[in-house]
Design a protein around this ligand. Structure first.
Ligand SMILES: *[C@@H]1O[C@H](CO)[C@@H](O)[C@H](O)[C@H]1NC(C)=O
Length: 201
């Protein structure tokens, strides 16, 4: 009797855990909670990267419902990489660790199981290092969403358009800014000494 109760409890826990990762089904966004969208028939929390925090991306991996429409952290920043072309990037046999991209197996391709990969998010491989975006090409993500529009700053991270001038990467990008910052400190120091000297008179 006790044994069957324990078994029931275990089954219940497992089913709750299993169901938890699966998004609710929907026909329109009216079927989802206030903070969610209806995307491809599922209630999801993001539809575009601007729904996510800075340096996160919205997963389009429909083959894994625990990923689809959820924000994923771009954690390949600074990893060694090779600047593969699209064909190499989606090739199953190319080393995944040197790709500056998040990929998933695409079951829709006819040549399954040989198959091919789809790209969930592609970063940029500059200086042999993987970055979320290329600051030199003026990368930005505008558009609507739950979070702010963003622009790329050195060495390849997103900052909000509003705060970019304060981002340290923005300073390193342009030596003039660094010199201006140093000059500013000097001016403040000189002014301070002048005021102290004036007060002592
Ligand atoms: C790379 O990752 C994909 C998807 O996870 C996998 O199918 C593939 O076999 C991996 N390729 C290599 C070379 O490890």
């Amino acid at each position: 009797m006790l044994f069957s109760k324990i078994l029931l409890l275990v089954a219940l826990v497992i089913s709750v855990v299993a169901v938890n990762g699966v998004p609710d089904l929907c026909a329109t966004s009216a079927d989802c909670s206030n903070t969610q969208y209806c995307s491809s028939g599922y209630c999801v929390s993001c539809r575009s990267n601007t729904d996510c925090a800075l340096n996160e991306f919205c997963s389009t991996n429909v083959f894994d419902l625990s990923q689809f429409g959820s924000c994923k952290k771009f954690d390949k920043d600074g990893d060694d990489c090779v600047a593969y072309n699209p064909t190499e990037m989606t090739n199953l046999l190319t080393s995944n660790s040197t790709k500056c991209a998040y990929t998933y197996f695409n079951y829709r391709y006819n040549n399954y199981p040989a198959g091919s990969l789809s790209i969930d998010y592609q970063g940029t491989c500059v200086n042999g290092k993987c970055r979320m975006c290329n600051y030199a090409s003026g990368a930005y993500q505008s558009g609507e969403g739950k979070n702010s529009p963003r622009t790329c700053v050195f060495p390849g991270k997103f900052a909000t358009v509003h705060s970019q001038s304060w981002a340290s990467g923005k300073y390193f990008e342009d030596p003039t800014q660094v010199w201006l910052a140093i000059l500013f400190c000097l001016i403040v120091l000189i002014l301070t000494f002048h005021i102290i000297g004036f007060l002592k008179k």
